[in-house]
Design a protein around this ligand. Sequence first.
Ligand code: DGL
Length: 281
Amino acid sequence: MTTRADRRPIGVFDSGVGGLTVLSELRRRLPHEATVYLGDNGRAPYGPRAAEDVRAFTAECIAWLLAQDVKLLVVACNTATAQALPLVREQSDVPVVGVVRPGAVAAAAATRDGHVGVVATSGTVASGAYPAAITEANPAIVVSQQACPTLVPLVEAGVVDGPQAEREVRGYLEPMLAQDPRIDALLLGCTHYPLLRATIERVVGRSVAVVDSAFTTAIAVEDLLDALRARSDLTGSGAADNRIATTGDMAAFTAVAERVFGDRLPDVESVSVEAAVSSKA
Ligand code: DGL
């Protein structure tokens, strides 16, 4: 039997730095897969934007990633997944994995009592994508949502614990938990919220399971590569190539990413995505 292998990179798209939470899970799980990450920092945040802007910006970024000859696309941004996934699928000639379904399946599996809370950006909440995906996984589940518009700027400012972070998190979560005290699983439906996990867990207490989509998205990507027999055949101890590009300011991207993630990143490239769209048109 001949084994097929595909060394082309996996494309990972986010509105900015937050999708690095998904990228790092992917690289931990699939170290021999090359990756190209694009953050649309020049136009982030997507959370408060109109759905049509999110769709137009996402289409430009996806066109740029497709031009990098990727074998699979991961839409790591919850807002872009919630508002633009069907369009991304239409636009792409490679398989596309979004973060909403993997997160929804994780939340549906985590609840014992059938009551799930979702925290996300305003755009993701308005789309209704998470309640739809969670009830698709299990129609009996009751879903409550809460938009948390101040949490992305808070994380980007490096405030992930301490009194201010706790106050903000409490301000969003306590009313939701008071409204439905049976919530026993909380889904972090935004790329940035896993960075606040310790604070969130302290606020919700031990009876609420906190889940995010980074881990389950990486599993979905691995399963898909196996199903398509499209894994890279690179082996050995070194990790595969990892390109990181931004539509924004490189130094600003690196500063926020290092503040948020702690480690040093590979060199960050500055790119223009409008060029990718016009060259496709
Ligand atoms: N990446 C976005 C998300 O997961 C959060 C940041 C933004 O609003 O652009 O929804």
